[in-house]
Design a protein around this ligand. Structure first.
Ligand code: GLN
Length: 232
């Protein structure tokens, strides 16, 4: 394997509005579980990086065309993606959830979506799930590039529902985003940090080693607690 330049600065792409995993705080800095994990892992393993908040699908495309070194974006480890990317060990379990506007009492199950529009984010597990059931339940999808835009579309009533990752939807709902969850979440895949297949093996090794160290030290739990704990 090629020797790694110790001064190399890895370029890591991420999503834009995916709280509690990545979002801008009042100072305009990107924070969240993914951002804090990456920061702590880089400190533990001694590597440098910059973050490019490109949006989810753009981040995945940038990684596929090798314009960036890695993606951390609440990215689910799926069999299809494993054909083009190498993933770290899983760091968070997820799943897809449906939500509607808080004031909407008409949608109680997927059956009630017949003839309606559903908001999804391009290239995500939520979009893939919606596509897999839309013919059965007779709804159409409207695509967006980020979660905030999907939620707005449901609040304005253009779409009646949204499918998104449950930790993100439930966090937003707890923050008062005007939506409510309907039904049970669908089983989904865990999140992993991704690099292009066969590239940046040393970065992946460092990510896994750092993640294991954070789990052992309790820092992993502290980061999750910061965003998901009581009163967060
Ligand atoms: N976990 C989902 C996926 O990987 C969504 C990720 C995201 O929207 N940032 O497809």
């Amino acid at each position: 394997a090629a020797q790694t330049d110790p001064d190399k600065t890895y370029v890591i792409a991420t999503d834009v509005t995916f709280a509690p995993f990545e979002f801008q705080n009042e100072q305009g800095d990107f924070v969240g579980i993914d951002m804090d994990l990456l920061k702590a892992i880089a400190a533990d393993q001694g590597f440098k990086y910059t973050v490019k908040p490109l949006g989810f699908n753009a981040a995945v495309q940038a990684l596929q065309s090798r314009q960036v070194d890695g993606v951390i974006a609440g990215m689910s480890i799926t069999d299809d993606r494993k054909l083009v990317f190498d993933f770290s060990d899983p760091y968070f379990d997820s799943g897809v959830q449906m939500a509607v506007a808080k004031s909407n009492d008409d949608i109680e199950s997927y059956e009630d979506l017949r003839g309606k529009r559903v908001a999804v984010k391009t290239g995500t597990e939520g979009a893939m799930f919606a596509d897999s059931v839309k013919d059965r339940y007779g709804f159409t999808t409207v695509t967006f590039d980020d979660s905030a835009s999907m939620y707005d579309d449901v609040k304005t009533g253009n779409s009646v529902a949204v499918f998104d990752d449950y930790p993100v939807l439930l966090y937003g709902i707890a923050q008062g985003n005007g939506l409510k969850a309907v039904g049970e979440k669908e089983a989904g895949n865990s999140y992993g940090f991704a690099v292009s297949k066969g590239e940046n093996a040393e970065l992946l090794t460092k990510f896994n080693a750092g993640l294991a160290n954070l789990r052992a030290s309790g820092q992993y739990d502290e980061i999750l607690q910061t965003y998901l704990g009581e009163g967060a």
